[in-house]
Write a protein that binds this ligand. Structure first.
Ligand code: AP5
Ligand code: MG
Length: 216
């Protein structure tokens, strides 16, 4: 049976940071809905143009578009053994669709680690984040600075600040998270899948907590 992990948490909680570590450790495909949208924006696809109009305002991309994109991604051969979903689902409609989708692949959601974070922590994390242009590697000017300013340690590409990390957009993203995504905490808790992790801890400690959940 394939293994599917849903990483839940507010913007800036550390989902992407942890997903990269966990994907390396487990060999599971890392599917970040945000990265997929950003790739489409970079390639100027129709999906990218549509997604951009929502992302720059801090709003969610409509469910049907997002679900279609994830369906395509999950159908690729590298997801045969399962996947680590980062940023999807983000609404109960998406969560219900995911359950149906995974059933098509003879799977189900197996784990939902929820990385929590206070609003002040999230704002500080997002305002100091630097992202690699080529592959989305994640740095922070204070907590995880690159060796050379503006250059990715892992692939040498340029680092940039995400357009949706501007202060006013960050505030909107957090509001949207609380109204549309936070209900998934109860959704997955009721299904016996949720495990909460304190995202205010250092990266290594969050990672250790995550791995211990996945070993259960
Ligand atoms: P997305 O790209 O998914 O953004 P997000 O959910 O807002 O989350 P972030 O990527 O900002 O944060 P993260 O939790 O990954 O934190 P990170 O590890 O980078 O989505 C972007 C947009 O796309 C959405 O707003 C929406 O418009 C659209 N979208 C995406 N999915 C969608 C969906 N399913 N439906 C509809 N629309 C969708 O860490 C943040 C910073 O903190 C980094 O600098 C990092 O170095 C640092 N850091 C991480 N962990 C720690 C730690 N433990 N201690 C100290 N620093 C840390
Ligand atoms: Mg992310």
């Amino acid at each position: 049976m394939p293994t599917y992990i849903v990483l839940l948490g507010p913007p800036g909680a550390g989902k992407g940071t942890q997903a990269k570590l966990i994907a390396e450790f487990t060999g599971l495909a890392h599917i970040s809905s945000g990265d997929l949208f950003r790739e489409n924006i970079k390639n100027e696809t129709e999906l990218g143009k549509l997604a951009q109009s929502f992302i720059i305002k801090g709003e969610l991309v409509p469910d049907d578009v997002t679900i279609g994109m994830i369906r395509d991604r999950l159908s690729r051969p590298d997801c045969k053994g399962g996947a680590l979903l980062d940023g999807f689902p983000r609404t109960t409609v998406q969560a219900d669709s995911l359950a149906g989708l995974l059933a098509e692949f003879d799977g189900k959601v197996n784990y939902v680690p929820y990385i929590s974070g206070s609003e002040s922590t999230l704002i500080e994390r997002l305002s100091g984040r630097w992202t690699c242009k080529a592959q989305g590697h994640i740095f922070h000017e204070k907590h995880n600075p690159p060796q050379r300013t503006g250059v990715c340690d892992l692939d040498g590409s340029q680092l940039y600040q995400r357009e949706d990390d501007k202060a006013e957009t960050v505030i909107r993203r957090i509001q949207v998270y609380f109204t549309k995504t936070a209900p998934l905490i109860t959704y997955y808790r009721e299904r016996g899948l949720l495990s909460e992790i304190d995202g205010a801890q250092p990266v290594g400690k969050v990672n250790a907590d995550l791995l211990s959940i996945l070993r259960q």
